[in-house]
Ligand binder design. Structure first.
Ligand code: NAP
Ligand code: MG
Length: 503
């Protein structure tokens, strides 16, 4: 019998009301049951929100550097457990061990950045227009945050949200993806242990609450709960729109990080070997299940045939398998339904006029791959910018190759999607590189780098339907988790009227 896990509510690990659970299985080997996780109810969310609301009144008064001490310990604990966390993450969602270690490292980087921010959280001062008066402004926490996350970065994404939220003095109700509850459990266990260690007898229950369960129940309740002040969500554009609509009714602050349809441009003067390495990593790393995955390759016509041939040869040699086994390059799709979606898009691509399937295009189920949701790395050549496979997010190991004849045309093709997350250009022409940086409409542009590889201390997010204008990561995220408070201190001893007395 698989182990039953619990929710963390008000400082206690508790069973879900209703007593129902969801199985967590290994997508590389579906017989491997990792554990049973709460199928929580609206009642569980409500208890968690009440705890977070009460905790806020205490947590906001803990000095920010002290809150930083908690996050420092969190980072240390994650570092100590890095390999174990990565192994279990690979087991529950499939990407290879090197990548789950990277995912964990991003969480560690975020912890140390947030910890140090406890000693900054700078405000701004400005002169007053009146004599003997001082103008200050500083950041104050907002209240209770609801955090809803996807399965593809089970550690990094929750940490991008929870750590800055906590350092700013907010409290949290966290609903992780159903498919990756174990990583979420470990993260919250670590945060709670660190809270106990740093605060000792002053431990505050309810600063962080973990409520597992279905998006349609737990996510919906978080979105409409009157006592939730802000929501940070990463996931699909469809669900993001739904959350925005529901949460908008009570004017919650909402940060949405949504889908992408990222492209890599390769110009005729590029270092081809480098560009090839990058597209293999960008398109097939994490089995293409990254919001920043390279889903389109825009190739200059002068190198088109030569580059494509090399790409097909190299992609065809990628080794599929269980990501915790040595030598494996590509893991499975995260679930049966995700693999089905990928296959549906491949059928759409096959039926689209003149797109040519040149690699893969089917399930991989030989030998040990039989028990998992594997899909062969797939490449479509001669794709036209208007085709569905060139415009819609697939979220799997499928690459659409499009021919271009100029920089301007390449950038137009790149921009021809409703998304705008990541982008890349390979060129050795400095003028082309700067023009591309200027004209590409995306939150992130890499020059001579793959579309993936964000660093924790830089702003992360996208334009158009990739989001609603907020950024995670770096210094920018602290604007989302705080309100600005303006303070005027008049030491003139008389009533001074701005705009009136001095004009
Ligand atoms: P998803 O289906 O949108 O799910 C994301 C989260 O939302 C899950 O926790 C899900 O719960 C929950 N949810 C589902 N329905 C909900 C509802 N009605 N109200 C509130 N929450 C609800 O996305 P996914 O399949 O997990 O992740 C893949 C998507 O995420 C892709 O589109 C990808 O591009 C995007 N993504 C974006 C970024 C970025 O930073 N821009 C990063 C990573 C991923 P369940 O687990 O129960 O379904
Ligand atoms: Mg799983």
């Amino acid at each position: 019998m698989a182990e039953k896990y619990k929710n963390l509510i008000n400082g206690k690990w508790v069973e879900p009301t209703g007593g129902k659970y969801i199985e967590n299985r290994n997508p590389a080997n579906w017989d491997d049951v990792i554990g049973l996780y709460p199928a929580s109810t609206v009642e569980d969310v409500d208890t968690a929100v009440a705890a977070a609301k009460a905790a806020f009144e205490k947590w906001r008064l803990v000095p920010a550097p002290k809150r930083g001490d908690v996050l420092k310990i969190v980072g240390d604990k994650m570092l100590t457990r890095k390999d174990e966390i990565a192994f279990e993450m690979t087991r529950e969602m499939g990407k290879v061990f090197a990548e789950t270690k990277g995912d964990t490292q991003e969480g560690i980087d975020t912890a140390y950045y947030a910890a140090s921010e406890g000693r900054r959280l700078f405000g701004l001062n400005a002169p007053s227009e009146l004599p003997n008066k001082m103008n200050l402004s500083f950041r104050v926490p907002i209240g209770v945050g609801g955090f809803i996350t996807p399965w593809n970065f089970p550690m990094a994404i929750p940490t991008w949200k929870l750590f800055p939220a906590l350092i700013c003095g907010n409290t949290a109700v966290f609903k992780p993806a159903e498919l990756t509850p174990k990583t979420a459990h470990t993260l919250v266990e670590i945060i709670d242990e660190a809270m106990h260690e740093v605060l000792g007898r002053d431990y505050i229950p309810g600063v962080i609450n973990l409520v597992h369960g279905k998006g349609s129940i737990i996510g919906e309740r978080i979105s409409n709960h009157p006592d939730i002040d802000l929501i940070s969500f990463t996931g699909s554009t469809a669900v993001g729109k739904r959350i925005n609509e529901v949460a908008g009714a009570s004017l919650k602050r909402v940060s949405l990080e949504l889908g992408g349809k990222n492209a890599q441009i390769v110009m005729d003067d590029a270092n081809q070997e480098l560009a090839l390495e990058a597209v293999l990593w960008g398109a097939f790393g994490t089995t293409g299940q990254r919001c920043t995955a390279t889903s389109r390759l825009i190739l200059h016509e002068k190198i088109y045939d030569e580059f494509l041939e090399k790409l097909i040869a190299r992609a065809g040699k990628l080794k599929l398998g269980y990501g915790n086994d040595k030598g494996v390059d590509v893991g499975p799709c995260v679930s049966e339904s995700q693999r089905k979606t990928v296959d549906e898009y491949v059928q759409i691509g096959k039926n689209e006029d003149k797109a040519k399937l040149v690699l893969g295009g089917e399930f991989a189920s030989d030998g040990t791959l039989k028990g998992g949701w594997f899909y062969k790395p797939t490449i479509f050549a001669d794709v036209k910018p208007e085709m569905r496979i060139a415009k819609e997010e697939i979220f799997g190991p499928v690459l659409a190759v499009i021919k271009t004849n100029s920089l301007e045309d390449a950038v137009n093709i790149l921009n021809n999607t409703k998304y705008g997350l990541s982008s890349s250009i390979f060129t050795n022409n400095v003028n082309d590189a700067f023009r591309a940086v200027r004209d590409i409409r995306a939150g992130i542009t890499y020059v001579n780098g793959a579309t993936i590889g964000a660093e924790a201390h830089m702003p992360f997010g996208g334009v158009k339907e990739t989001g609603n204008g907020h950024r995670e990561g770096g210094w920018t995220v602290y604007d989302f988790y705080t309100e600005w408070k303006a303070v005027y201190i008049d030491y003139s001893g008389k009533l001074q009227r701005a705009q009136i007395d001095n004009y």
